[in-house]
Design a binder for this molecule. Sequence first.
Ligand SMILES: Nc1ncnc2c1ncn2[C@@H]1O[C@H](COP(=O)(O)OP(=O)(O)OP(=O)(O)O)[C@@H](O)[C@H]1O
Length: 296
Amino acid sequence: MANVLEIQGLSKNYGSVAALQNVSFSVPQGSIYGLLGPNGSGKTTTLGIVLDVLNASSGSFQWFSQPYSGASKRRIGAILETPNFYPYLSAYKNLQIVADIKKADHAEIEKVLDVTGLLQRRNSPFKSFSLGMKQRLALAASLLGNPEVLVLDEPTNGLDPQGIADVRELIRKIASEGKTIIIASHLLDEVEKVCTHVAVLQKGILKAAGPVSEILAQQDQVLVSVAQTENALSLLKTLPFVENIIPEREWLKLTLKQGFSSADVNRSLFENNIIASQLVVRKKSLESQFLEIVNK
Ligand SMILES: Nc1ncnc2c1ncn2[C@@H]1O[C@H](COP(=O)(O)OP(=O)(O)OP(=O)(O)O)[C@@H](O)[C@H]1O
């Protein structure tokens, strides 16, 4: 699959602050790519550089395998900040202004209002919109000109759970039409629910990048409680499918290699005359996986 964006060795210093340090990753065409990291990790800086509103201190990037130009700009729709529309003008009128700036056909306005679920409210003034509707109007505006790629910085910031779910659905719908979407977010949950790929930033350093299924693998943890802890520990250390063992009070916490389950642990213990009094399978939380990645 071709890449819509390739970033090589990007660094950015604000005075003595190293906001980005030698960051490289590629965004495949058709992906929903999450740029994940806590506040201040360099997400907005990365997006600002690739959208040409900030200069990098060093490194390079290409959109559609070419240096950034007016031609590539027309293929990208972006929302970098909380959207500014005219409060007393209707949704439709506001989009007319955006369409004129982007030299987009006015016929597109109805379509983007429909996609974002705002057709019924086309004549309502922007100031009467809820935060979620304002965010959807910003998405509608970014869709004018029919860009191939959307770049969104924290698109669900400040929204309530329903608003977050609406924007998530909308992102899925837009992606299903073949567009590539790049989203910066500090919300792990959001990234896991909607993204196909993720890059994890911490203090300007890229910690991991790739398909979500590889980066945030849903590895289970198996907790074993046995009377003969020492015997069990010696045995478990010899089992090739046990990746990691953490003894914690009466429990032995195990991480297993892909394709193995608590049944394999139970069988091995039993075959060696060790009876587990309790065996518990616990899903590793996204938080703990994220912390493992950033602490690596
Ligand atoms: N104009 C600036 N001048 C000085 N330092 C800056 C400037 N902009 C950003 N920084 C610093 O660069 C680092 C990265 O900031 P950036 O806004 O890119 O992070 P972020 O991951 O987008 O965070 P947030 O989620 O809070 O927006 C932070 O330490 C921030 O304080």
